[in-house]
Write a protein that binds this ligand. Structure first.
Ligand SMILES: NC(=O)c1ccc[n+]([C@@H]2O[C@H](COP(=O)([O-])OP(=O)(O)OC[C@H]3O[C@@H](n4cnc5c(N)ncnc54)[C@H](OP(=O)(O)O)[C@@H]3O)[C@@H](O)[C@H]2O)c1
Length: 280
């Protein structure tokens, strides 16, 4: 095989895109595993998504990640949609198949569940009710992951109640929509709590959620990763709850994507985690 044919290309399409931490992660793994290639940020305006995706095969890209605002729109522009992506209603990874066709995946659920298991190997989805705050794209991936892992009760608290209702329609009777005003009471008897809103993120408001009713044995996760230690996680740790930050989800969702493009399932080592922490 000629040298240029072995050089692998992948990237992340978004608008804006320069904030993405994915290039650092994938390029470091390419170095570690000795894969000749590069992972680049691709600034793609919303109106150009279809043309950009259709250019991947002729450009000999192995695939791309998708981020804001392309995750949902991409459903209309791939040839095949994997079941998790269909259930979540969004694509975060596109793989260019040998025949040039495009397959859409979503590895956010995988990343979230893997990050929980990394922090708490004994974690079980059926240990008790889960409370998810938020009903946006991140929440959909989390609810899909929890139910797939056997969760029997997922209480979804969202400012806009109808969006929580949409998750019940999508994921079935294990989902109970809860009004925002009842968020504190929703924590009673919960085995886990997940913040899947953008509250607590740098530049956003704080998540106003009294934890009094949350059992001390409940696992608390936040998918916000900037800052790494959100107000919710700090408060949870201070009262004795085990807490899981959002960076693990971001790192773990990248593993199956790297495998699909480059043929190696990369490890999440302390050095990789430290490198990514330094970017937050
Ligand atoms: N760690 C990871 O790998 C990972 C992956 C995906 C997302 N994330 C992070 O997760 C967060 C959410 O992302 P997303 O894609 O799910 O966003 P999204 O689809 O826009 O959803 C945002 C959610 O936050 C809620 N929200 C926003 N402002 C609020 C406020 N002032 N009061 C109450 N609720 C509010 C929204 O409620 P309404 O429905 O009422 O608007 C909605 O439930 C972001 O910080 C993102 O960076 C992390």
């Amino acid at each position: 095989m000629a040298r240029h044919e072995r050089f692998r290309l992948a990237g992340v399409m978004g608008w804006p895109i320069m904030h993405s931490r994915s290039p650092r992660l994938h390029n470091r793994w390419l170095e570690i595993y000795g894969v000749e290639g590069v992972y680049v940020p691709l600034a793609i305006e919303p109106g150009n998504l279809q043309a950009a995706l259709r250019a991947l095969a002729p450009l000999r890209f192995s695939g791309v990640n998708l981020t804001i605002p392309h995750k949902e729109a991409a459903l209309a522009h791939v040839d095949r949609i994997e079941p998790a992506a269909r259930a979540i209603g969004a694509i975060n990874c596109v793989v260019v198949e040998p025949d040039g066709s495009l397959t859409g995946h979503n590895f956010d659920s995988f990343g979230f569940i893997a990050s929980l298991r990394e922090a708490e190997p004994e974690w079980r989805a059926d240990a008790g009710p889960a409370v998810v705050i938020g009903a946006g794209g991140g929440a959909r991936a989390i609810v899909h992951g929890l139910i797939e892992q056997g969760a029997r009760e997922v209480r979804i608290v969202n400012r806009t109640l109808e969006r929580a209702g949409e998750l019940r329609n999508a994921f079935g009777p294990a989902v109970t929509p809860v009004e925002w005003s009842r968020r504190a009471q929703a924590l009673e008897g919960a085995a886990m709590l997940v913040n899947a809103t953008s509250l607590g993120m740098v530049g956003q408001g704080a998540l106003d959620l009294p934890l009094r009713a949350l059992p001390r044995h409940a696992l608390v996760a936040d998918i916000v990763y900037a800052p790494l230690e959100t107000g919710l996680l700090a408060e949870a740790r201070a009262r004795g709850n085990k807490a899981v930050d959002g960076l693990g989800m971001l790192i773990h969702q990248a593993r199956p994507a790297f495998k699909a493009w480059f043929g190696v399932l990369p490890d999440v080592t302390p050095a990789i985690r430290a490198m990514m922490e330094s970017t937050v």
